[in-house]
Design a protein around this ligand. Structure first.
Ligand SMILES: Nc1ncnc2c1ncn2[C@@H]1O[C@H](COP(=O)(O)OP(=O)(O)OP(=O)(O)O)[C@@H](O)[C@H]1O
Ligand SMILES: [Mg+2]
Length: 331
């Protein structure tokens, strides 16, 4: 698609250049001017910029993706759609959007971040305005905390100066040094501007396993009581979640005032996944690989996964995380 457009535009551009030679100086300058403008247009057309053409929420797309691609997360799905749509339709937000996604491993936290990026940025996760930090990868040495702090602050400032609609994803937030979390706090707050830069249109997403166990316990209680998973409401988890995050002494979040200063707009719980969700993940993966989805293969894959608690075997220990590699054995 892009290649065809490029070809057409270059064709117009080249034909214009040929014309130049047959014109007198004034017209030549004019045509060259048009050529330069055209060149810029081509560049802007093909090169991502901080413009609505490249950054705009596709609310319907996000809803469809959450409904069709994200399994077993009715609470997260609802909160995310509301939070992102509300924020992106506000021309003058008072603070950046800060989402904190919590839950058991392999339940879709990174996956949802990708769905958000896909529906806000034309280039999705490949956008030069989407940035991911992973504590253990980017900030591995506690001794270098001061360096990391200033690098991170400079990095955020530079990127938001370059494009107000930047998105920052902090993975493994529970493994991040509290001092480092503290250093990004000012950017999440209700400031009009900091050093002349406004951060109010940025999106910050924190991912962690903090609170995963209490979310799982609630899901298990519902299951044992024979209640439908969809009956679980945010209010059933909210208090538990904030308690778990506050009381977890290992969690960086616990030490900071991110929570009590209300800088996080939404705490988003991710429920542990059951056999039927793993089955759906396996089917989706077959389709993604261009195979005909085969329910019996999906069933084999889902049955091969380890479930907990040991006696009830309700939730997948690794969620949908290993499905992709497991499928290699079966097809
Ligand atoms: N709820 C879900 N619906 C659909 N696919 C899912 C879901 N959860 C996980 N997956 C699939 O499994 C893969 C791994 O999930 P993901 O990386 O999002 O887990 P996570 O919650 O970030 O886990 P961790 O806490 O270990 O980082 C995803 O890329 C996606 O393909
Ligand atoms: Mg993850």
């Amino acid at each position: 698609m892009k290649a065809t457009h490029l070809y057409l535009l270059l064709h117009v551009f080249l034909s214009t250049s040929v014309l130049v030679s047959t014109f007198e100086p004034f017209s030549t300058a004019l045509v060259l001017g048009i050529g330069a403008t055209l060149g810029r247009t081509i560049y802007n057309y093909l090169h991502e910029s901080c413009e609505p053409k490249w950054i705009a929420l596709n609310a319907t797309g996000l809803k469809v993706d959450l409904d069709r691609k994200l399994y077993g997360q009715h609470i997260a799905s609802r909160i995310i759609l509301k939070a992102v749509s509300g924020f992106m339709s506000n021309d003058n937000p008072k603070k950046p959007l800060v989402l904190s996604l919590h839950g058991w491993t392999g339940t879709g936290k990174n996956f949802v971040s990708q769905l958000i990026a896909d529906n806000v940025y034309k280039e999705g996760m490949d956008s030069s305005f989407v940035h991911i930090f992973t504590s253990e990868l980017h900030f591995p040495h506690a001794s270098q905390l001061e360096t990391y702090k200033s690098q991170l602050q400079q990095w955020i400032k530079g990127n938001v100066t370059n494009c107000a609609h930047s998105m920052f994803i902090f993975d493994e937030m529970d493994k991040m040094h509290p001092g480092l979390i503290d250093s990004i706090k000012p950017y999440l707050d209700y400031y009009d501007k900091l050093d002349g830069v406004s951060y109010r249109k940025a999106i910050f997403i924190f991912l962690s396993n903090a609170g995963g166990e209490s979310i799982t316990q609630t899901a298990l209680d519902f299951w044992k009581a024979g209640r439908d998973r969809e009956e679980i409401e945010l209010k059933d988890l909210e208090t538990l979640l904030s308690l778990a995050v506050f009381n977890n002494k290992k969690s960086g979040l616990w030490h900071t005032s991110l929570i009590d200063k209300n800088l996080v707009d939404f705490f988003v719980p991710f429920l542990p996944l059951e056999y039927r969700h793993v089955l759906q993940c396996a089917m989706a993966e077959m389709i993604a690989r261009g195979h005909q989805p085969d329910p019996s293969v999906a069933d084999q894959v889902a049955r091969d996964v380890v479930y907990f608690p040991k006696t009830e075997r309700v939730f997948a220990v690794k969620g949908c995380k290993t499905i992709e590699s497991k499928l290699d054995y079966y097809i």
